[in-house]
Each structure stands twice: as C-alpha cells, then as structure tokens.
Design a protein around this ligand. Structure first.
Ligand code: NAD
Ligand code: WQD
Length: 344
C-alpha cells in the first residue's frame, strides 16, 4: 500500500491514477484545504477502483502513524503542502508550519512505523534565479520566496535524515511547470478563486470567464520578449513518481528534475491554446511580475539516466487536455461532469 499525501489535489489525483493503473493499492491523506474529495470519485470512474481516503492533516502525527499501521503502508509519496508563491510572502509562517513542520511530523510517524521509503514533491523554484541554462540538479540553490525556501529546507532536512540512517530510500523530485489534465477530462486543476498559474488563467479567458490575460512583461531577453517556462504535462509528471518509486527499491537518496527540457514563451502558450480550442484569447501586455525570471527550463538528462523516465506529451496536448477539462467542468469539481462535446 502506498500512502499519497495531498492525493486529492491537482497533481496528487493524477499520481493516484498512475499508481492504481500500475496495480498498487493507494491510501490518500488530505485535509482538503485546497481540494475536493470529488477528485477521488472521478479517479474511481477512470480506474475502476478507488484509493482508501482519510481526511487528516499531515501535521497530526498520531493520525498519520495510525494510517501507516492500519493500511500496511510500505512507501509514502508526499505531495501535501501549500503552494502559492504570492501567499507565502504574506503568510510565511503558515507555509513553514504546513510544509516544513508537516513534513517533520510525517517523517517522524514514518520512522515510528518503520516506513522508510519517501518520494517528495519539490520544485524548480529551489534553483532561484538561473545562473545558467538548462537547469541541472547541480545548479546552486537559492529560492527567492518563502514557499521556495520551505521546499529547500525540506530537501536539506531529508538529506540530513539520509546521512543519519542510510536505510532510507528518498526521492526528491523537482517539478518544473505542471500543466494539462487527464485526457478523459474527468480530473484536472480546480483552483479556488483566482488561479495563480498561466494555463488555468489562459483557459478561463478562452472559456469567457475572464475578459483577457495580462501578460507579465514583453521586454525580457527572449525571442518574443515574454517569459519562457518548461511546461510539463501532469500525466507525464505523475508517471515520474512511479519511476522514482521503482528506483527506490534500493536504499539511496536521489534528486531529479521532472521537466521536458523545452522552453515555451507565454505568447507561444497563448497561440497554442487558441489553436487547440478554436477560441480567441485576448491579452494585454503589462508590467513584469516581481520575482519572475526571464527563462527557466530543465535539463532532464539525469531523470532519464537514473529513472528511465522522460516526458512524452507536447504543449499542444497539454493545452488540448486542459481545455477538455475546462469544457467538461466549467465549475470544476463543484459542478456536474458534462459530456465530452467531441464524443456527442
Ligand atoms: P494542490 O493544492 O492541488 O494539492 C496539494 C494537496 O495537499 C491539496 O489537496 C491540499 O488539500 C493538501 N494539503 C495541503 N496541506 C495539507 C496538510 N497539512 N495535510 C493534508 N493535506 C494537505 O497542489 P498541487 O499543484 O497538486 O501540488 C502538489 C505538490 O506539488 C505540492 O507540494 C506543491 O508544492 C508541489 N509543486 C506544485 C507545482 C505546481 O505548479 N502545481 C510545482 C512544483 C511543485
Ligand atoms: C508562468 C509564466 C509568468 C500569469 C510558479 C511557481 C513555481 C511553481 C510553478 C510550485 C511566467 C507568466 C503568468 C499571468 C503571465 N510552483 N504569466 N500572466 O511563475 O513559472 O512558477 O508555478 O512549485 O514555484 O513560482 O508559473 O504559471 O505563474 O507563470 O504572463 O497572468 O507565465 O510571468 O512567465 P511560474 P506561472
């Protein structure tokens, strides 16, 4: 049994499918602070079986210990956490408490239960401002906001844990920019309030829920002047967790980028989304957003060598899958699932 923390969330629900499809039994722990349990009902419709669900907080060490014991958990994939960069500047202690303290409690429960295999969701944000590109795992770390620092501190903590006891099997996965949705259109990202990330915003403009996209700067040193990012399909990202888990059959600590190795600009994303949706996406060029870098993309070589993993899906597919999710679920998980228009 694999324990998935944050398994009701955007990435977690896709990892849940990857695990169930691969034949694993899954227990999900989530406090639903940024998700809806309906995601797991949708997972069941896709996979034909469901994970065990426990509504609990990772900071509740006793509850986590009970779940580890009761479910016979052998490994943990840890995605639970707060993830909004802007909010982390305003509420830093909530981020340290939730992410850092939460991981400490989780690890403590795991130690007590004798579960020593852990895959952790880190982020490319730990690199900070790129000193060179593409970003490989040896690039110096220097996160520039409290959210990023929580990921950095957790990484350091896990490295110390491994140094103190090399029976641990730890996989640190640094995600670049997750995007897209499951191809069924059943599960996807369901941001509460105003989305933080580019794809959900573009998609809401295409759907007419927002008037236009504000492009944060067109004066960067990039071919079209807008920022460049490494967008990775969430289904590819999910399969990376499976590869990491298989790799951790041996003790060790591994840190790997999960990215495509390609960069796409904000305007390329807008044009691709327009092409796959057939909708116009009005935009306006605004000021640069504080804290943004011009270009960020991964060197995914190590993940390929060490895990045998690489991404397979294109930007077109990310946009098409995101759009299908948007069309079928105009109100996210709070509404009903509409039929796939392409099938009717
Ligand atoms: P998400 O908010 O959709 O999922 C996180 C889940 O964790 C949610 O279901 C939330 O309810 C749950 N959660 C939060 N705090 C909890 C706690 N204390 N106890 C139990 N459950 C808790 O976010 P996501 O995009 O799926 O991100 C998953 C992980 O990946 C996060 O750790 C995030 O930092 C990391 N990550 C995300 C991105 C991204 O752009 N989406 C990029 C890099 C890394
Ligand atoms: C992408 C590009 C923006 C919105 C963030 C976190 C990072 C990681 C992934 C968790 C940039 C531009 C965006 C808009 C725009 N999350 N943009 N108008 O900033 O690369 O990374 O999510 O770990 O930590 O920082 O992603 O989707 O916000 O932005 O022009 O309304 O889109 O300037 O160039 P980012 P993003």
């Amino acid at each position: 049994m694999i324990l998935l923390t944050g398994g009701a969330g955007y990435i977690g629900s896709h990892v849940c499918i990857a695990l169930l499809d691969a034949g694993f039994d899954v227990a999900v722990v989530d406090n639903l602070c940024n998700s809806n349990k309906a995601s797991l009902e949708r997972v069941q419709s896709i996979c034909g079986r469901s994970p065990v669900f426990r509504h609990a907080d990772i900071r509740d060490e006793a509850a986590i210990y009970d779940i580890l014991q009761a479910c016979g958990v052998t490994a943990v994939i840890h995605l639970a956490g707060l993830k909004a960069v802007g909010e982390s500047n305003v509420r830093p202690m909530a981020y340290y408490e939730n992410n850092v303290q939460g991981t400490m409690r989780l690890v403590s429960a795991m130690k007590r239960a004798g579960v020593k295999t852990l895959v952790f969701s880190s982020s490319a944000t730990v690199y900070g401002v790129p000193a060179y590109l593409p970003l490989d795992e040896k690039h110096p770390l220097g996160p520039t906001n409290p959210y990023g620092r929580t990921k950095f501190f957790i990484e350091e903590m896990l490295k110390d844990l491994y140094k103190s006891d090399d029976d641990w099997r730890i996989g640190i996965l640094r995600y670049f920019n997750p995007a897209g949705a499951h191809e069924s259109g059943f599960i996807g990202e369901d941001p509460l309030g105003v989305p933080n990330n580019l794809l959900p915003l573009v998609s809401q403009v295409a759907a007419g829920r927002r008037e236009k996209l504000l492009v944060y700067g067109s004066d960067y040193d990039t071919p079209d002047g807008t920022g460049i990012r490494d967008f990775i399909h969430v289904v590819d990202l999910a399969s990376g967790h499976l590869s990491a888990l298989c790799h951790l059959a041996q003790p060790g600590l591994l840190t790997a980028n999960l990215g495509t190795g390609n960069g796409n600009s904000v305007l390329e994303v807008v044009r691709t989304f327009e092409a796959v949706s057939g909708k116009a996406i009005p935009y306006e060029i605004g000021q640069r957003r504080e804290g943004d870098v011009a270009i960020c993309y991964a060197d995914p070589t190590f993940a390929k060598q060490a895990l045998g993993w690489s991404s397979a899906r294109s930007l077109e597919q990310m946009c098409a899958d995101h759009w299908r999710w948007q069309l079928r679920n105009p109100d996210g998980y709070r509404g009903i699932l509409l039929p796939n228009v392409r099938e009717t």
